[in-house]
Write a protein that binds this ligand. Structure first.
Ligand code: BES
Ligand code: MN
Ligand code: ZN
Length: 512
């Protein structure tokens, strides 16, 4: 992983393979076509007297300052680094809300500089938020999943080794604290991404549970892995049914973090379907491979636990991670089955591809047995989330106050999430002739598809416990080419939201 350093140095004189500067796009009424961002002054001065100015040269090369656009220019000895990379930051007037722009821009720049061993960053880093965004961006933009190639694919360059942020001496203390936090947070994002990108034949339920257990134990956390016998003993009918079609049995992992001082108790739950074929209600072949990422919620929750232990947050957190592989076979569960769940409720199965809510219902019920102050659950639950909100914005359902806190944490971290309702008529549509509730709309109507998932889960959270369900079907997996802090494939969403939210809940518990 890329290493991050901070130094009060002149970027024009710093011995690095490349130096990154920021450029702003022209304002609508401006005569200046491009404006250099703070931090780049000495670099621009060093180019002075060599013909066109640095800004003019960048303009000649086609730079416009658009967010995340990277323009490279050889320094020909003007500054110590042989290469200068100018990255677009959009319009300076948009800056009040520039955390996300900065994070994505610096990520694009460090990715474009792959192959360089050392990079200096001379950017507008004015406050702690900016340091956080830049530090996270540097460390996330260079992410690459190692993959399974026998020899390195053509054109793949080694990620940048060391990034030095050039900041003023007065900001070094704040900077060091933010850089330390960013390395813990981005290591957690990287861990989640690696788990999600790992292929499903290499990561079946017992293996995934072991991998989570090892990472959590290494971070000093308590881990308990329930196997299929423990699950049968405990009456986890949902997890056992979904896992029943696979030759590899399901698991439920419990991870606990108990600091000496704790303001409140939080429960986390994450969906861990290592592969979702749909089961007997089998999915079409097209894009079925993407369902190797159906454990992104579990990966995010487990990685978040590792981070909060390393950050020593003053709040007790327990994670419950149900893990299964959803496969068709002679031992698979069927449409028409009625399951007795951990909570004692009976559920009628109508579509074995709505498996996530069944394993989550059992994990949520267990999580609530110890009466936590709130429960936060995240899952790649429905294609309906993508239809409603697209690839970038997660859907949030649950108790309104906690949903709002999730939304705000999403805004702060650049992982947008939007609150969605749990309408009464959607619940009515899930009445079953033979059980307490159907797993989906009893007429198989796909209207309010994402909401059906949330409504179903709400049945397994007892009245009085604040809870939030974050549907990350879209944002957890990036289907396009690398862009900003997202590489192709797993994104690690919502690890940064969860960490931010838990910090926020530790500082400001939910009102009664
Ligand atoms: N894992 C899928 C949801 C999903 C779809 C995640 C696309 C990421 C991308 C989930 O288990 C599923 O199959 N949901 C069904 C539910 C339906 C059968 C009620 C869906 O969304 O179609
Ligand atoms: Mn499914
Ligand atoms: Zn699924």
């Amino acid at each position: 992983m890329t290493e991050l350093r901070l130094a009060d140095v002149d970027p024009a004189r710093f011995p690095a393979d490349a130096v990154v500067i920021g450029i702003y796009q022209a304002e609508d009424d401006a005569s200046e076509p491009l404006v250099l961002a703070d931090g780049a002054r000495t670099v621009a001065e060093a180019f002075g007297g060599r013909g066109p100015s640095l800004v003019e040269t960048l303009r000649l090369l086609g730079a416009t300052g658009e967010p995340s656009e990277v323009t490279k220019i050889a320094s020909l000895g003007a500054v110590t680094a042989p290469l200068v990379a100018a990255v677009g930051l959009g319009k300076a007037s948009a800056l009040p809300d520039h955390g996300a722009i900065l994070r994505r821009a610096i990520a694009a720049a460090t990715r474009a500089l792959a192959g360089s061993e050392t990079v200096a960053v001379a950017m507008p880093i004015m406050d702690r938020d900016a340091i956080r965004a830049v530090a996270e961006g540097c460390l996330l933009g260079t992410y690459q999943f190692s993959g399974y190639h026998s020899r390195p694919p053509r054109g793949r360059r080694t990620p940048v080794g060391t990034v030095t942020l050039c900041i003023a001496g007065s900001a070094l203390d704040d900077g060091a604290a933010e850089a330390a936090r960013a390395s813990v947070v981005t290591a957690a994002v990287t861990l989640a991404r690696d788990w999600v990108n790992t292929v499903p034949n290499e990561q079946r339920p017992p293996q995934f549970a072991e991998a989570i257990g090892q990472a959590a134990t290494a971070a000093g956390l308590d881990v308990e892995i329930m196997d299929e016998n423990a699950l049968a003993e405990g009456g986890f009918g949902g997890i056992l049914a979904v896992g029943g079609g696979s030759s590899q049995p399901p698991r439920l992992v419990r991870i606990s973090y108990r600091p000496n001082e704790s303001a409140s108790t939080i429960a986390l739950v994450g969906k861990g379907i290592t592969f979702d074929s749909g089961g007997l209600s089998i999915k079409p072949a097209m894009n079925m491979w993407e369902m190797k990422s159906d454990m992104a919620g579990a990966a995010a929750v487990a990685a978040t636990m590792v981070a909060i232990a390393r950050l020593r947050l003053p709040v007790s957190v327990t994670a419950f991670v149900p893990i299964a592989e959803n496969m068709p076979s002679g031992t698979a569960y069927r449409p028409g089955d009625v399951l007795r769940m951990r909570s004692g409720k009976h559920v009628e199965v109508l579509n074995t591809d709505a498996e996530g809510r069944l394993i989550l219902a059992d994990a949520l019920a267990l999580a609530c047995e110890s009466s936590p102050d709130c429960v936060i659950e995240t899952s790649t639950l429905t294609g309906g989330q993508i239809v409603a909100l697209g690839q970038r914005v997660a859907g949030v359902m649950g108790t309104p106050q906690l949903c709002d806190r999730v939304k705000v944490a999403g805004e702060r971290t650049g992982e947008p999430a939007w609150p969605m309702p749990l309408p009464e008529d959607v619940r009515t549509g899930m009445e079953s002739d033979v059980a307490d509730i159907s797993q989906v709309n009893s007429g198989m109507d796909r209207g309010g598809h994402m909401l059906q998932g949330g409504v179903f889960l709400s049945e397994f959270v007892p009245e009085g416990i604040p809870w939030a369900h974050i549907d990350i079907a879209g944002p957890s997996y990036h289907r396009g080419e690398a862009s900003g802090d997202w590489a192709k494939g797993a994104t690690g969403v919502p690890v940064r939201t969860l960490i931010d939210l838990i910090e926020d809940l530790a500082a400001r518990p939910l009102a009664e």
